[in-house]
Design a protein around this ligand. Structure first.
Ligand SMILES: [Zn+2]
Length: 543
């Protein structure tokens, strides 16, 4: 690759320092120089006049699930939307689930966990983390990957106990698996404590895992046990907000172990949970004042993706598939939904199908459960059960009323404004269906709506959080800043125009506006806003 000069830019270098007019020289896969206006321009094979646009480091999506497809030959067509919004690095392996380590005997368990996250069935051409990372590197990912090791995956490999406390030998094996994963390049640990099996793990186990992360100087990303004030993970008799209890438990683990804590997708699920946002942020503030190394992350939308089975209680899931036919189970479910939906502040209209995952039913993608029920002439509950059964639980949903709703986004805004908040997409990107708007526009929305239009924080601060602060969180040494010698991951965008194109009038979200160019390890992967097909310039960033 030849030297490329980006001239006449407004350099926002990722460190948080004030923007300045200048030029950036890329040589091969490195940044060669950042030159303030007025100095002599170096020679270059190619010069692009960016006409006053911002030049910044590539964005880091610090909570991604795209590690479940980065080896697939067709993944560039699916994940191009991330590059086109300026993302150059994804942190994968979140919510407890990583594609490695695995072992053949317990592969079925990991397959089951990953059914919703992967775009296609996974062949698992690896066992260890290093084999997995080598495989991704060899096949050529379209983005950089920094990989977390998932607690659920480590358990499936190291222990035969499915749920709940492991015996001491199993636990020792799991902790050794984790040390090995770190040695082999995993840059942190993740938990999915709202999902099977994490939801059954005792606090002592969580603490032991965090202890090893601390001893290896790796961060811990955690999807806490409850994200709504009432959740099936704690007894219904516990009358205080369940999400605050889950948060307190995890902060206490960080206090005891000294682990670097990253609270994943800091959301408040359901209208009745929104009022707990201030108390949750105060708990984070208090812990930070005490010296606990804790940060949070969030996506800038009031909807998020998960499986249809996330609405079904555990007693019902444990009794499948017979439960679909049981009149008793349906009656109990109907009664429970009537109560719990009202208590949490959720309605069937909040559940929108992203990818139905049933051949022939594609026309349902984008509809809410309420709309599907009326189309089928049935009740919303029956519609949920039919979708769950026919898809084997693989129907991917977009749930609304996360931290607010259009026109009433107070809790979301408090989170985004918080000094310890980093940004993410948290998207499950699929080749089919109705897209999660964050897949197309999360980062442009922050820079347009919240920086330019609403002035929540400065451009320098927003870019710092999207780049260097996120890189530092995961120890990605040569990423996140426009400094000579660093990797040439660069975004060029028009600060006056940048924005997402959110869904409207039944139409899904569209491509973002204002992003002109993206360079990934020096390769010009997005030109005039469009991904250049065929380019797979990503690398594996080992911890
Ligand atoms: Zn999660």
């Amino acid at each position: 690759m030849a030297a490329i000069l980006l001239r006449n830019g407004r350099v926002v270098d990722g460190t948080g320092a004030a923007a300045f007019r200048g030029h950036v020289l890329i040589d091969g896969d490195r940044l060669e120089a950042v030159i303030p206006e007025g100095r002599e321009l170096p020679a270059a094979e190619e010069t692009i006049d960016v006409g006053g646009s911002v030049i910044s480091p590539g964005f880091i999506d610090m909570h991604s699930h795209s590690d479940w497809m980065l080896w697939d030959p067709d993944h560039p067509a699916v994940l191009r939307c991330l590059l086109e919004q300026g993302v150059t690095t994804v942190v994968g392996g979140n919510c407890g689930f990583s594609p490695a380590p695995v072992r053949p005997e317990t592969l079925e368990r990991v397959r089951h966990y990953s059914a919703m996250l992967a775009d296609r069935p996974v062949a698992f051409a690896w066992n260890s983390v290093s084999e997995f990372l080598d495989h991704v590197e060899r096949t050529g990912p379209v983005l950089n990957l920094a990989q977390l090791v998932g607690h659920a995956s480590v358990r499936a490999r190291g222990a035969d106990t499915l749920r709940g406390a492991m015996n001491p030998t199993e636990q020792r094996k799991c902790l050794d698996e984790m040390r090995r994963a770190f040695d082999e390049g995993a840059c942190g640990l993740s938990f999915g404590l709202g999902y099977d099996p994490g939801m059954y793990s005792p606090l002592e186990e969580i603490q032991a895992f965090c202890g090893v992360a601390k001893e290896s100087d790796r961060p811990v990303s955690v999807h806490i046990k409850a994200l709504s004030w009432l959740s099936p993970c704690y007894p219904a008799a516990y009358l205080k907000p369940h999400n605050l209890r889950a948060l307190r438990e995890m902060l206490d683990v960080a206090r005891k172990t000294g682990a670097r804590l990253q609270l994943s997708h800091f959301i408040f699920v359901g209208r009745k949970t929104w009022p707990t946002a201030d108390a949750a942020l105060r708990m984070v503030d208090e812990a930070r004042r005490e010296g606990v190394d804790v940060m949070i992350d969030a996506f800038p939308y009031t909807c998020g993706n998960t499986t249809i089975n996330a609405v079904l209680p555990y007693w019902f899931l444990a009794g499948l598939p017979d439960g679909y036919r049981s009149a008793w189970a349906r009656a109990r479910l109907r009664a429970e939904f009537a109560i719990s939906f009202r208590l949490v502040g959720f309605f069937y209209r909040d559940f929108q199908v992203m990818d139905v995952a049933v051949p022939g039913w594609e026309e349902l993608n984008g509809l809410t459960v309420e709309e599907i029920a009326s189309r089928w002439g049935t009740s919303p509950l029956k519609a949920v059960l039919r979708l769950s059964e026919e898809s084997g639980g693989r129907t991917l949903m977009l749930f609304h009323a996360y931290s607010g709703e259009p026109g009433n986004e107070g809790p979301l805004e408090s989170v985004l404004r918080h000094e310890a908040c980093l940004f993410e997409t948290d998207v499950v990107v699929k080749s089919t269906g109705y897209p999660n708007p964050a897949a197309l526009g999360a980062f442009p929305r922050i820079l347009g709506r919240y920086v330019r239009d609403r002035k929540f924080f400065s451009m320098e601060s927003a870019v710092n959080r999207m780049t260097l602060a996120s890189a530092n969180r995961f120890g990605l040494g040569d990423r996140g800043a426009l400094l000579p010698g660093r990797a040439a991951d660069v975004v060029v965008f028009d600060a006056g125009k940048i924005s997402d194109t959110p869904p409207a009038d039944g139409r899904p979200a569209g491509r973002p506006k204002g992003i002109a160019h993206v360079f990934l390890n020096g390769a010009h992967v997005v030109k005039d806003g469009e991904y250049v097909p065929g380019l797979r310039a990503g690398r594996v960033l080992r911890g």
